[in-house]
Design a protein around this ligand. Structure first.
Ligand code: NDP
Length: 383
């Protein structure tokens, strides 16, 4: 028997998963716990693991061998998992620091087909996950520190968290599907944090297509001066009574055509040389305004508004593959023609890590499906 004492449930679950993958002979109640069952309290206990063994558990590097590993658990990764699992490839999904991906930080998803009444982002991702699990997908929570793609099987080096020093897991894999997604860039100001700490998801958003609909007839602000900001501002004029673009400089970075379209739009106003210092509001009312600073005359003031769209760009989460895989200058992975193949045979990329254009849950899911089919064909051709 093993003892696991005083860890938060997420930690306990991660450790049990780790044990399960290593030993495959956990006591029945621990197996259930590793699958998330029965961990309702903050702490979970199993008996008889001494402190040295517990240390070992964290610091021992363990080798796992798989045909398919999927890196990332958003719509792309989990769809790839459903397809790969149904093809009996027993995929292992490595959950990143945000299991479920960007949708888990949105509220209602109204444009995902199949849910006539809408569904919340976290619920949708739970469904994806349950469907992947149903066909035998396994999940592992480790931070992948580095990868070796120079020969097959590829090697992934994992550690307990981003800040840990020790490599605890070594994964050897025949085909790798990269679905690490992208992260919206944030301003880093007070009030922007996800609710309940801040107003993120409660008036603050980084996705006009996802959330614009909720601002019908309301005045809103778009932060940024690039193509994303112009596109979001134009799109949001369909709903908002007025869109104020707040930009930190006196000229836009956006392409001429996008600038002209925004300048022509009567519902869009510009606040130049202006920095957002804080997003104001409270949990009950949502966003009520922004504290702004004019960097030309050094004056601070408050601009009343009911929504803030941060549109200062996205960053694909592909740092891990710099110098290993072909990517564009921003970091989006390049794929070949209509396929999800990267420049290394056996490595596939899908979702927002390779798509800077559509960036929708449904398109990510579509490319996840394609990547799994590509991986399956690759494996059967190389056998
Ligand atoms: P960009 O990097 O082009 O623009 C980012 C904007 O946000 C800049 O105006 C920048 O200000 C501002 N910004 C960045 N950080 C901060 C900050 N901390 N505080 C305040 N403002 C900040 O990113 P985009 O996402 O707009 O575009 C990325 C790429 O994608 C571009 O190549 C673009 O052309 C392309 N794209 C094309 C589209 C289309 O053609 N339909 C749509 C969307 C994107 P500053 O100007 O002062 O640096």
């Amino acid at each position: 028997m093993l003892e696991l004492r005083g860890y938060y449930s997420s930690e306990a679950r991660r450790m049990l998963r780790f044990l399960q993958l290593r030993e495959r002979r956990l006591p029945a109640h621990a197996q259930g716990a590793a699958n998330g069952e029965g961990i309702k309290n903050q702490f979970f206990f199993i008996t008889n693991l001494n402190s040295i063994e517990r240390e070992k558990l964290f610091f021992m590097s363990e080798e796992i061998n798989r045909k398919v590993v999927i890196l990332g658990s958003g719509p792309a990764g989990l769809t790839a998992a459903i397809y790969a699992a149904r093809a009996e490839l027993a995929p292992l999904v490595i959950e990143g620091p945000q299991p479920g991906g960007q949708l888990t930080i949105t509220t209602d998803v109204e444009n995902y087909p199949g849910f006539a009444e809408g569904i919340t982002g976290p619920e949708l991702m739970n469904e994806f996950r349950a469907q992947a699990e149903r066909f035998g997908t396994e999940f592992l929570s480790v931070w992948i520190d580095r990868v070796d793609l120079s020969q097959r099987p590829f090697t992934l080096y994992g550690k307990a968290s981003k800040d840990s020093r020790e490599i605890t897991t070594i994964i050897k894999v025949e085909t790798l599907i990269i679905s690490t997604g992208a992260s919206a860039k944030w301003l880093g100001v007070k009030g922007e944090e996800p609710a309940p700490a801040g107003l993120g998801g409660n008036g603050v958003s980084a996705c006009a297509t996802c959330d614009g609909f909720f601002f019908r007839g309301k005045p809103i602000v778009v932060a940024g001066g690039g193509d994303t900001a112009m596109e979001e501002a134009n799109y949001l004029t369909r709903f908002a009574s007025k869109v104020t673009v707040v930009h930190r400089r006196g000229e836009l970075r956006a392409s001429r055509i996008m600038q002209e379209r925004a300048f022509k739009n009567e519902k869009i106003e510009f606040l130049w040389n202006t920095e957002i210092r804080e997003i104001l509001g409270d949990a009950a009312r949502g966003v009520t305004g922004i504290q702004i600073y004019n960097n030309q005359n050094q004056k601070e003031s408050v601009l009343p508004t009911e929504g803030v769209f941060v549109a200062i760009g996205h960053q694909p989460n592909t740092e891990l593959f710099k110098g290993l895989l072909e990517m564009d200058e921003v970091g989006y992975l390049k794929t070949e023609g209509r396929t999800m193949k990267t420049n290394i045979p056996g490595v596939f990329a899908c979702g927002d890590a390779q798509d800077d254009y559509y960036r929708q849950a449904i398109t990510a899911a579509g490319t996840g499906c394609m990547a799994a089919i590509d991986a399956e064909r690759f494996l059967s051709e190389s056998e």
